[in-house]
Design a protein around this ligand. Structure first.
Ligand code: NZQ
Ligand code: ZN
Length: 386
């Protein structure tokens, strides 16, 4: 088995009104930089709740962290951290604000030449400022993991980074905060969480019945709760709470313990975002069905297990059952509100060529932890999704 280390130090404050407990979780004399995105927190009452909970603390604000957070913007925050002698970061937002804040935490104490190397050269930083989070969008799992993804505008590159020192000290998860999300972002959250599970589940059997059933439990929950959230005009607390918990559990180290993970769909998806700015989850909904098709033979055993346990498919030949499971997966993405073809986003063969060229120029022979999706396969997967 690989990666049989389960460690997660993040304290989760889950439920209605939990923002009020912020002050108990931040060191008394902290000088806080409160980071946030494009302004949603100013219109849904989150800003007021957070500032009320931080009464008595020294707080400096840094807003404007964009979706798919930009390295260029984050480096401006690093300057503020240094100038204001900040010693605690509080991220208030979705995955982009949280990831961006993790990067600020690392870059502020980085003494190498360029902080971009933290992502580009995969440097596991050994020191970072402490950070906490108030999550406003359930999707990425960033609230309970130690990774992030940032984008460099100048070169159109999107890269992941991570280090054990980047786990948030705590994350506040109040499902009510997600009530103000536009439908598009609710759909994104459901699909991102779903694909996170698939990336850690749909590979090769390693006698991991506990992890497999954790994974299947999260997938079934998303299949049950996702369409309800998309169909409903009025958000329901229990529904949003279940989605939020599912998304957090989907990427906090639990599912990946002892199993063979993948991440090829994410690696391909990141390039679609880098070149076209397509929402992260949308790229996954486009790419995953193509990867599963390509893996029909190599990952046959897990696909059959998935077809039976998640989609309850019992009829037909093995080939037919697998085909049906892939089809139902894609239909599920569409049902929650995401179009699943490259042509829906006006992306054509030229982008496929650019992605292949980029992977080749990075001397990569394959993508994903199992290295079973070659660069030629990447082209084939994307072509099948035009
Ligand atoms: O910026 P504001 O104005 O806050 O608006 C945001 C943004 O426009 C809005 N939003 C967030 N909470 C809201 C809200 N609007 C109304 N009410 C609320 N309560 O939603 C928009 C999207 O936000 P963003 O943070 O970009 O979305 P998400 O949480 O999906 O994060 C996506 C980013 O996370 C990375 C992705 O690559 C992408 O950059 N990922 C991070 C991972 C991790 N750290 O482990 C793993 C993932 O696979 C993913 O790669
Ligand atoms: Zn993701």
């Amino acid at each position: 088995m690989n990666n049989f280390n389960f460690y997660n130090p993040v304290k989760i404050l889950f439920g209605k009104g939990k923002i009020a407990e912020l002050s108990k979780n931040i060191p008394a004399n902290a000088r806080i930089l409160m980071t946030y995105g494009g302004g949603s927190i100013h219109t849904n009452g989150v800003y007021e709740q957070v500032t009320a909970a931080l009464k008595g603390f020294e707080v400096v604000e840094f807003g404007g962290i964009e979706p798919n957070p930009k390295y260029e913007t984050l480096m401006k925050a690093v300057e503020v951290v240094k100038a204001e002698k900040i010693d605690f970061l509080l991220a208030v937002g979705g995955g982009s604000v949280l990831d961006g804040t993790k990067f600020i935490a690392a870059a502020a104490l980085y003494d190498g030449e360029s902080a971009w190397d933290i992502a580009a050269k995969q440097i596991s930083v050994s020191k970072a400022l402490p950070l906490g989070a108030v999550l406003t969008l359930a999707a990425t799992g960033s609230e309970m993991n130690s990774g992030g993804v940032i984008t460099r505008e100048a070169t159109q590159e999107k890269m992941a980074f991570g280090s054990p020192v980047l786990f948030p000290k705590f994350s506040v998860l109040d499902p009510q905060i997600t009530f103000s999300l536009p439908k598009r972002q609710v759909a994104n959250g459901i699909v991102d969480a779903y694909v996170h599970v698939m990336e850690q589940y749909l590979t090769y059997p390693v006698n991991s019945p506990v992890q497999d059933r954790f994974a299947e439990g999260i997938l079934l929950t998303l299949i049950e709760e996702g369409p309800k959230a998309s169909a409903s005009e009025t958000p329901d607390y229990a529904n949003r709470a279940n989605l939020m918990w599912a998304a957090t559990m989907a990427l906090n180290g639990l599912l990946s313990t002892g199993v063979k993970s993948d991440w090829s769909t994410h690696m391909i998806g990141h390039e679609l975002t880098a070149f076209h700015g397509i929402d992260h989850a949308v790229t996954l909904a486009i790419v995953l069905p193509g990867v599963l098709q390509l893996m029909k033979v190599k990952r046959r055993e897990k696909l059959l297990q998935y077809a039976f346990r998640v989609w309850n498919i019992t009829e037909g030949s093995e080939e037919e059952r697998i085909e049906k499971a892939i089809q139902m997966t894609e239909t599920f993405f569409q049902e929650v509100g995401i179009a699943t073809r490259l042509s829906n986003y006006h992306v054509g063969q030229d982008t496929i060529d650019r992605i292949v060229e980029r992977f080749t120029s990075r001397h990569m022979r394959a993508v994903g932890a199992q290295q079973d999706v070659s660069i030629a396969d990447v082209a084939e997967v994307l072509k099948s999704r035009l």
